[in-house]
Design a binder for this molecule. Structure first.
Ligand code: SAH
Length: 508
């Protein structure tokens, strides 16, 4: 039998990048991952493709499995002689029942290791602008459960000592009991004017912070639902100066990315870095062309071409993937010049360690022709354009008019993606989405198809549309989507800039 191992891993407080390197390694090597409600599911993307993912979350009263069932499951899986990663929110030993799980593993002679995580009481105040200790304010910091049953005769919390004996107090799971907690603290000598912060979904793009004092916070935080943590103490005042996270330019904005899943991440990452909450709603999938023979023929006769012109990164990747599949390599491209429509396509080509000979300053087909004219005759030269099935005919037509020989072939096709989030239209109407972004005409067309042509008009006024360039904008407006955010430079960074400008101008 293989050696079994259970890793009890702290996934951190919400921001997936706050997991430890060791924790991430445990996700990567797991055969089974058993994870909780508070674990950011983005972390599961790092798992092996065939890893079994088991959700055992307990959200308020709704438990998928009771704790002893979770314990049993851990032991049972481990006894199969595999690597089990038990992923828990924050730190596994801070109010996470990690101690109980470890004891059960020990009783059953299952080997285990425990990987610490950043706990909510440390991370979420930080992301709300609150250092939990500071020399001028407090030298003590306590982590307390707020989950105690207030009707119990004997409290396991010594309220008299806690109230005045510790500077910064943090309460986990204390939202329901907030009236009881604040009452106990004031009753036992903590000033009613002590500042208090309640932070919900801390360290995520949905973070919400409410500030008050011991005697006002119950009223002010009445709309806050779990999961939230409560911080009591003078350090809360530092938020006025140290609130770095919620003041990022796109914080509080929800932005939809409609690109294909493969291409979404670079764009989504940039938006997230500015604080946006990103919903990936891929409208496109990239697939092999229906007929691959024309591409194969072109690759086999590659030396009959003077120029290889790429108008998208998908064109680049599809071309090279096929080139390699046919047993060729980049030496076969010797002597052939390459043109890229824009910087992203150029980067895509550079990945294959090839220099680009021509790249126009403006990233549309019109500009490709202008730039090619500057560097080559066109007349009498032959061009290979590995493109999408739905690419515009402008470029090949123009090159032909100028005397070039053009092979315009389908290197990949774009198909409509299966809708990921079936509730998107509802979310838009409810005001939960602020901006929908389009990075090509086909993202617009497919978005309209997925949402339903007849429903599009009802979204107007509830959301803003952002477009990467003039062709995409034209398609959107033809289909009844008013574009108010337009990239000045027709690239992803250009689109990000336009979004940044549009949000700062609105909020003054
Ligand atoms: N082991 C976890 C705590 C589990 S108890 C840790 O170390 O953080 C669950 C409680 O943790 C929640 O009720 C809430 O009070 C707090 N919590 C966890 N993640 C949080 C987050 N992102 N924002 C606010 N509170 C959080």
């Amino acid at each position: 039998m293989k050696r079994s191992m259970v890793y009890l891993v702290g996934a951190g407080p919400g921001d997936p990048r706050l997991i430890t390197i060791k924790g991430l390694e445990c996700i990567k090597k797991a055969d089974v991952i058993i994870y909780d409600y508070l674990v950011n599911v983005d972390l599961l993307k790092a798992a092996k493709p065939d890893a079994e993912l088991i959700y055992v979350g307990k959200q308020g009263g709704a438990h998928t499995l009771e704790q002893d069932e979770i314990n049993e499951l851990l032991v049972k899986k481990a006894q199969e002689g595999i690597v089990v990663t038990r992923l828990k929110g924050g730190d596994p030993y801070v109010f996470g029942r990690g101690g109980e799980e470890a004891l059960v593993l020990r009783e059953n002679q299952v080997p285990f290791e425990v990987v610490p995580g950043i706990t909510a009481a440390i991370a979420t105040p930080n992301y709300a602008g609150i250092p939990v200790t500071h020399r001028n304010y407090t030298s003590t910091f306590g982590l307390i459960t707020g989950h105690e049953d207030p009707t119990k005769d004997e409290s396991s919390i010594d309220w008299a000592k806690v109230s005045t004996g510790i500077g910064t107090l943090t309460f986990y799971m204390g939202i329901k009991n907030l009236p009881y907690i604040t009452e106990q603290l004031m009753k036992h000598g903590r000033s009613k004017d002590t500042p208090v912060a309640v932070i919900r979904w801390g360290t995520t793009a949905q973070q919400k912070t409410v500030i008050g004092t011991l005697d006002t916070i119950v009223e002010k935080a009445r709309h806050i639902r779990p999961p939230a943590i409560t911080i009591v103490g003078e350090v809360v005042k530092l938020r006025d100066q140290l609130n770095w996270f919620e003041t990022r330019p796109l914080f509080g904005k929800t932005i939809v990315v409609t690109r294909s899943r493969e291409q979404a991440s670079e764009f989504a990452d940039q938006l997230s870095e500015y604080g946006a909450r990103v919903i990936e709603f891929p409208t496109i999938e990239i697939a092999k062309p229906d007929a691959i023979q024309p591409l194969d023929d072109a690759i086999n006769n590659i030396h009959s071409y003077h120029w290889l012109v790429f108008t998208s990164i998908n064109g680049v990747d599809s071309f090279f993937q096929r080139l390699f599949e046919l047993g060729n390599d980049i030496r076969d491209l010797k002597g052939i010049k390459l043109c890229a429509i824009g910087p992203a396509t150029e980067e895509g080509i550079k990945k294959y360690h090839i220099r680009v000979d021509c790249r126009p300053p403006k990233f549309v087909a019109e500009s490709v022709v202008e730039e090619l004219k500057k560097v080559t005759a066109i007349q009498g030269e032959s061009f290979l354009l590995p493109r999408a099935d739905i690419a515009r005919s402008f470029l090949p037509e123009e090159l032909r008019k100028l005397g070039g020989t053009v092979t315009d072939l389908v290197a990949y096709k774009t198909v409509m993606a299966q809708p990921g989030d079936t509730n998107l239209a509802e979310k838009i109407k409810n005001g939960e989405v602020h901006i929908v972004t389009f990075t090509s005409s086909s993202t617009v067309r497919n978005f309209v198809q997925i949402i339903g042509e007849k429903n599009i008009a009802s979204l107007n006024g509830h959301v803003r549309y952002a477009s990467i360039g003039p062709i995409t904008t034209e398609t959107a407006e033809e289909l009844g989507l008013p574009v108010t955010i337009k990239a000045k430079e027709y690239t992803i960074p250009g689109l990000v800039n336009a979004i940044l400008e549009s949000t700062t101008s609105v909020s003054g």
